[in-house]
Design a protein around this ligand. Structure first.
Ligand SMILES: Cc1ncc(COP(=O)(O)O)c(C=O)c1O
Length: 400
């Protein structure tokens, strides 16, 4: 439509939302569908956090807040970075946004000029390249491999850097692969970055609190303090505290960048919801009991799903360190024929035939820039996961 902006032609709709939509449609037609597409915890927000929001309403905290967030929350964010990541930030170096999503958008909006490159390891969260495109930048995808645990290799990072590189978009634990970098793996990357002082690092730590076993989470500015002046560390309450709908994300970084992001936000939303900010304050400062309990539930589900998927014919599923996703390969099934008679030529065919034949909704890997794979979100009950994996096993066995 001629009326619409050219920028729109650079953007794709979200494949993850499309899958949820398709699953909903089939359900409304009476089909028995198990949706494993959603990227949010199935737990409810903890009561102490809900209560903080209700108290905020009753106190009349219902007005515009400072653009970058209420001082109490910015103080709590600075304290969180110190306590959990060993990073020193003043409250003025922090910003609160309407979800981590808006933080990323602000950062790209504030820094990207036409032709600027953003290195994005693949598979990647679907929104990164779309945000870069809207802001006029160019995404440079660097594929990883299943054998390398879907982690960016230092040599591949080095090879992707050009004079036009502005950011490395870094995400650990990763959506969609669940891969999380150990301290040594991260160190190998920060060593490369030290050789290229014009490259900034945007670290998306959204899944920090969802790592399993004895994995120790670290973030780039912590591993290499010399990168402090060119790192924006982003995080949020959506995943760790089951607060996706409250829409609170935050970041800390160099003051000048934070001020630029504040200016953009001031003309865009005037700041995040006042009530949700008071809730997020309780999330960060209140009891953290919720986190280890949920981690243990997610670990059990991960182990169940990985084990059952590896028993499906032709599926190879590595054990991810974190988040609530697995990213199995279906490479061995490409070229086979589904019960419908359709030949499975791509991972997109695999997921649509799986949905048709067995009513299991997952997201194809090509949507995340690396396939043939598919993403399963295990943020649902063990009972449903077991049933879904049984159906996947049956589907794979039915391919000829
Ligand atoms: C990797 C990653 N980063 C950021 C976000 C944004 O989260 P929110 O906007 O809910 O804070 C998500 C949500 O799915 C995500 O998966």
């Amino acid at each position: 439509m001629a009326f619409l902006a050219d920028a729109l032609s650079r953007v794709k709709p979200s494949a993850t939302i499309a899958v949820s939509q398709k699953a909903r449609e089939l359900k409304s037609q009476g089909r028995d569908v198990i949706g494993l597409g959603a990227g949010e915890p199935d737990f409810d927000t903890p009561d102490n956090i809900k209560k903080a929001a209700i108290d905020a309403i009753n106190r009349g905290e219902t007005k515009y807040t400072p653009v970058s967030g209420i001082p109490e929350l910015r103080q709590a964010i600075a304290a969180k970075f110190k306590r959990e990541n060993g990073l020193d930030y003043t409250p003025a170096q922090t910003i609160v946004g309407t979800g981590g999503k808006q933080i990323l958008f602000n950062a790209f909006m504030a820094t990207l000029n036409a032709g600027d490159e953003v290195i994005i390891p693949a598979p990647y969260w679907v929104s990164y390249p779309e945000m870069v495109a809207i802001c006029g930048g160019t995404s440079v995808f660097v594929p990883t491999t299943i054998d390398n645990g879907f982690k960016l290799a230092a040599a591949d990072l080095e090879a992707a850097i050009t004079p036009k590189t502005k950011w490395l978009m870094f995400n650990s634990p990763s959506n969609p692969s669940g891969a999380a970098y150990t301290e040594a793996e991260l160190k190998a990357l920060t060593e490369v970055l030290m050789r290229h002082p014009h490259v900034w690092i945007l670290s998306d730590d959204m899944y920090e609190h969802l790592t399993y076993g004895d994995f120790v989470f670290t973030t780039p500015a912590q591993i290499e303090p010399k990168l402090y002046d060119r790192t924006l560390t982003m995080n949020g309450v959506s995943k760790a505290y089951a607060m996706t709908g409250w829409r609170i994300g935050y970041a800390a970084g160099p003051l000048e960048l934070i001020k630029a992001m504040d200016m953009i936000q001031g003309q865009q939303t005037s700041g995040a919801c006042s009530i949700a900010q008071w809730a997020a304050l309780e999330a960060l400062n209140g009891t953290q009991d919720f986190i280890p309990k949920n981690k243990e539930i997610f670990r059990g589900r991960r182990d169940l799903v990985v084990s059952m998927l590896n028993q499906a014919k032709g599926i190879k599923c590595p054990v991810p360190e974190g988040a609530f996703y697995v990213y199995p390969s279906c490479a061995e099934l490409i070229g086979k024929t589904a019960p419908s008679g359709k030949v499975i030529a791509t991972d997109e065919d695999f997921v649509s035939e799986l949905l048709e034949a067995e009513g299991v909704a997952v997201v194809h890997g090509s949507a995340f820039g690396l396939g043939p794979n598919f993403r399963i979100s295990y943020a649902t009950s063990e009972e449903l996961l077991e049933e879904a994996c049984n159906r996947i096993q049956r589907f794979c066995a039915s391919l000829r």
